[in-house]
Structures are given as structure tokens and as C-alpha cells.
Design a binder for this molecule. Structure first.
Ligand code: GTP
Ligand code: MG
Length: 209
């Protein structure tokens, strides 16, 4: 994918704040600190477009990015960050769930896990919830650079078996760009899939009365 432009669009905590333009959209979900925001930067070949941090809980709202004036990326807050107060956790959960269920233009979800961590209860919950709601996803196993190549397969297999779907998981590294080409190919495949992008209501089309 040739990135001609990539810019921050807007930030949202509820549906009426989502971008109004009808572009296909890709969302990035996973535990806090797995590397969602870093993976977006890596896909876009940008170092600092999306803010990242070594401390979990960096992304706290849904941040939208406009790519090539034809695609949106949505960076979601992570789940499972222990230090977040219970009330905030609930708000984040609701915000993510509402987004995933209501966003009509959503074409693909990249479900991100850390290669070094065994999937936990919250990862299983997410997988079951996605399956139960018939929401398709691409499983990306990131931070692969932290593990030697020989040990990678050993770690990837069980994660893939536990959290994967009928498609293969994609080993990824935001540091080395491992998996970048493959993930873009998968994203494009889903974006150009059969599902039609809903058209804006007529009153929203400029010039129509
Ligand atoms: P929240 O917004 O808190 O949910 O976190 P996040 O999932 O967006 O993670 P973020 O991209 O902020 O990265 C968390 C930490 O992991 C940062 O210190 C990153 O530099 C590091 N990191 C992310 N991806 C990789 C990777 O592929 N390889 C290595 N070595 N480090 C990574
Ligand atoms: Mg983040």
C-alpha cells in the first residue's frame, strides 16, 4: 500500500463524534500496551503520527486517522489495564463495544496480541464476543522482534489455536516491519470485500435539496 497521506482526523468517545465521511474503516483492538498504536504507525510508515507509550493506558479515546483520503483507521483504547479505576474500565468497555457494534463503515478489525503473553481471560472474552456478534477479524501477533526466529513458531501456534479464526495469524513487528506487507494485503482484501459501504443519507449530500 502506497501511503500518500496519513493524518489525524478526530477523537471520539461516542457515535455522534465519529467521522461523518463514508470511507471504509479498520479498527485496532487488544489489551493495553500490546502495541496497537505502534502497529498503526508502522503500517503508515510514520514514527509519531499516533502517540505511543511504554506505560499502559496511553490511548483513552477512539482516535481516527485519515489515510490517502479514502480510508479511516480507528485506534481504540486497550482493555485489561489494571490501574484504571472500575468506573473508567466500564466506560472504556462500553465505548469499544458501542463502536464495534454500531460503526457501519467498519470493514476489518485487527485483533492484536503480544507474542510474549499467554492469551488471558479478556482476550478470550473479546474473541467470543466477536464470534458471537459475527464480527470478522485479523489476528496480529506483535512484538515478534522480541523473540528469536526459532522460538517464534512455538509461541505463535498456541495463540493462533486459542484466539484465531479460519485465517492464519500474522506475526508482526512494529520495530522491523515484519508482517507489514501481509497485514496490508489482508486489510485491503477485507476493505474491498463484498459488503457495500452504506451511502450517506440524501440530505447529507451537498447540493441535494
Ligand atoms: P495502549 O494505548 O495503552 O492501549 O497501548 P498500545 O497497545 O497502543 O501500545 P503502544 O503502541 O503504545 O506500545 C506499547 C509499548 O510497546 C511501547 O513502549 C512500544 O514502543 C512497544 N512496542 C510496540 N510494538 C512493538 C514491537 O513490535 N516491538 C517492540 N520491540 N516493541 C514494541
Ligand atoms: Mg495506544
Amino acid at each position: 500500500m502506497k501511503i500518500l497521506s496519513a493524518e489525524f482526523e478526530t477523537t471520539a468517545v461516542k457515535p455522534n463524534q465519529y467521522p461523518k465521511e463514508y470511507f471504509p474503516e479498520i479498527a485496532f483492538v487488544g489489551r493495553s500496551n500490546v502495541g496497537k498504536s505502534s502497529l498503526i504507525n508502522s503500517l503508515l510508515n510514520r514514527k509519531k503520527l499516533v502517540k505511543t507509550s511504554a506505560t499502559p493506558g496511553k490511548t483513552q479515546t477512539i482516535n481516527f486517522f485519515r489515510i490517502n483520503d479514502s480510508l479511516f483507521f480507528a485506534d481504540l483504547p486497550g482493555y485489561g489495564f489494571a490501574k484504571v479505576p472500575e468506573a473508567v474500565k466500564k466506560t472504556w468497555g462500553k465505548m469499544i463495544e458501542e463502536y464495534l457494534l454500531k460503526r457501519e463503515t467498519l470493514r476489518a478489525i485487527v485483533f492484536i496480541v503480544d507474542i510474549r503473553r499467554k492469551p488471558g481471560e479478556l482476550d478470550f472474552n473479546l474473541k467470543h464476543w466477536l464470534d458471537a456478534n459475527g464480527i470478522d477479524y485479523i489476528l496480529a501477533i506483535t512484538k515478534a522482534d522480541k523473540i528469536s526466529q526459532t522460538k517464534r513458531t512455538k509461541l505463535i501456534r498456541p495463540i493462533e489455536q486459542q484466539l484465531g479464526n479460519e485465517e492464519r495469524a500474522i506475526p508482526y513487528s512494529s520495530k522491523t516491519s515484519l508482517g507489514r506487507k501481509e497485514l496490508w494485503a489482508r486489510i485491503i482484501e477485507k476493505t474491498e470485500g463484498k459488503k457495500e459501504i452504506p451511502q450517506p443519507p440524501e440530505e447529507a449530500i451537498e447540493g441535494l435539496s
